[in-house]
Ligand binder design. Structure first.
Ligand SMILES: NC(=O)c1ccc[n+]([C@@H]2O[C@H](COP(=O)([O-])OP(=O)(O)OC[C@H]3O[C@@H](n4cnc5c(N)ncnc54)[C@H](OP(=O)(O)O)[C@@H]3O)[C@@H](O)[C@H]2O)c1
Length: 349
């Protein structure tokens, strides 16, 4: 049952996933929203991590919906003031049918959500895109930090069979084209590689990338700067842009880059018994990002007006109360403990 909440009902698509679970937790913690979460598999075990959250009994309702099935999406969205469209395939291996497995759920799925929102007179839709929709712009000036004006080249992704990157780029472009055509208020957030504690029972793709450093998978790794962002910061960013009346367009969401060797050294200090890469091949970072738009939006709104999960600065800002450590380093040190031992040997989905 959806209890009354002063800001009405919001729908979160793919509510049981890695990022969406943290968003659901954040939305519940504000006490301001009733939440309708879409899931493909409503089985209790798979979603227990969100149905057990504080406030979920009163303010979270799970509904079954596949993004490719318009009528299920339309009934999930109906009656919502706002929608967070998070669901999209994040494959961890090569697909034999990428058009059906990756591109269609991302692109047609997004268009189904937007059409349902338009029909239901939803006030604002926040779509989770990715830095992959902006980091591959052949016309971008060399050396200039990427920002929201940059758009990835779809043809080169297609040629190189980078299906996930292509799916996110196409979906975000289509989202803005739909917004321009209909006047629907659509905002996108483009996160870098998202890491952080897992709420869901399975290991998602981005965290798998990270875990490969401690599982002995690779003896030699490229020592490139990794653009990572904490999952809780992405959830904060999604709510921030949703609640900020001035928000519009795209928002790049990234943290301070950290070299793979630095990640490994931090992990080794806390977890010496894992098998780490032995050799590092030095590689220049390919991209730098300018996240000024999101940061200034956060400053304008003031932190106390949203979230409230973690006082202080957003984790993607470099200090988080410890000026000598980047937020990611802090996360690794403080929160890695509850996460790595639990999941390093767990079965992946
Ligand atoms: N993780 C990252 O590094 C990263 C970076 C940038 C952007 N993003 C974006 O963030 C979003 C969440 O990703 P995540 O990392 O949280 O991955 P995740 O845990 O794998 O979540 C993906 C979610 O999408 C759902 N989904 C996939 N296809 C669907 C379909 N046809 N219909 C309904 N639901 C569908 C999945 O549902 P099931 O559980 O039923 O499969 C799952 O809930 C995605 O849009 C992703 O592109 C992620």
């Amino acid at each position: 049952m959806e209890a009354a909440a002063d800001r009405g009902t919001v729908c979160v698509t793919g509510a049981g996933g890695f990022l969406a679970s943290w968003l659901v937790k954040l939305l519940l913690s504000t006490g301001r929203y009733a939440i309708r979460g879409t899931v493909r598999d409503p089985c209790v075990g798979k979603n227990a991590h969100i149905t057990a959250l504080e406030g979920a009994g009163e303010r979270l309702r799970l509904v079954k919906a596949d993004m490719l099935d318009y009528s299920s999406v339309a009934s999930a969205v109906d009656g919502s003031q706002g929608v967070f469209h998070v669901a999209s395939p994040v494959p961890s291996g090569k697909s034999s049918n990428p058009e059906a497995d990756v591109i269609a759920p991302a692109v047609t799925g997004t268009l189904n959500v937007l059409k349902a929102c338009y029909e239901a007179k939803v006030k604002r839709v926040v779509v989770v895109s990715s830095v992959s929709a902006l980091f591959n712009d052949p016309n971008w000036p060399k050396g200039k930090a990427l920002n929201e004006d940059s758009w990835s080249d779809e043809e080169s992704f297609r040629k190189n069979e980078e299906w996930y990157f292509l799916s996110k780029t196409m979906a975000e472009r289509e989202a803005f084209a739909y917004a321009a055509k209909t006047g629907l208020d659509v905002i996108t957030v483009c996160p870098a590689l998202v890491i952080g504690p897992l709420m869901q029972p399975t290991v998602n793709t981005s965290v798998k990338v990270f875990l490969s450093y401690i599982k002995g998978d690779q003896e030699t790794v490229q020592n490139e700067p990794k653009n990572l962002v904490d999952v809780r910061d992405v959830a904060d960013a999604l709510l921030l842009v949703y609640e900020n009346p001035q928000a519009s367009g795209r928002y790049l969401c990234n943290s301070t880059a950290i070299r793979v060797s630095d990640i490994v050294n931090i992990l080794k200090t806390s977890y010496p018994s894992y098998t780490y890469p032995q050799n590092f091949v030095e590689v220049e970072g390919r991209y730098t990002y300018n996240t000024e738009k999101l940061r200034s939006s956060e400053a304008r709104l003031g932190l106390q007006t949203y979230g409230g999960n973690h006082p202080g600065q957003l984790r993607m800002l470099p200090s988080f109360g410890h000026p000598e450590l980047s937020s990611i380093q802090l996360w690794l040190l403080l929160l890695g403990g509850s996460f790595f031992p639990l999941h390093v040997n767990s079965k992946t989905e």
